[in-house]
Design a protein. Structure first.
Length: 102
């Protein structure tokens, strides 16, 4: 068994836990899969198609946005959401690297 010195930075740990918490909720994963299929989509389409309440959808999108997983772009009165694939790729790489260490 390999032992390594682990250095945890409070800021990095906080950001990492926020990202992982955002990704572990089943409804947020469903929303992310829907956004992924459409590249960029507005909140109305998300909650109407997935048959969710607007307030619940907005709450989950806020969590994803605060974690940096989705990006927003205003187009007139609509806000379009898209996935930040760079951020998601980094998260997946970090998780996979962690799992490979065991």
């Amino acid at each position: 068994m390999r032992k390594a010195k682990v250095v945890l930075k409070s800021e990095t740990l906080s950001e990492s836990s926020e990202i992982l918490r955002a990704l572990t909720h089943p409804l947020r994963m469903k929303i992310l899969e829907f956004i992924d299929r459409h590249d960029s989509i507005n909140v109305n389409k998300i909650y109407n198609t997935l048959k969710l309440e607007q307030s619940i959808t907005s709450q989950h999108l806020r969590i994803l946005r605060n974690a940096g997983i989705v990006l927003t772009e205003r187009e007139g009165k609509f806000i379009h959401y898209k996935i930040d694939y760079t951020k998601v790729s980094k998260v997946l790489l970090a998780v996979n690297n962690f799992l490979d260490e065991e």
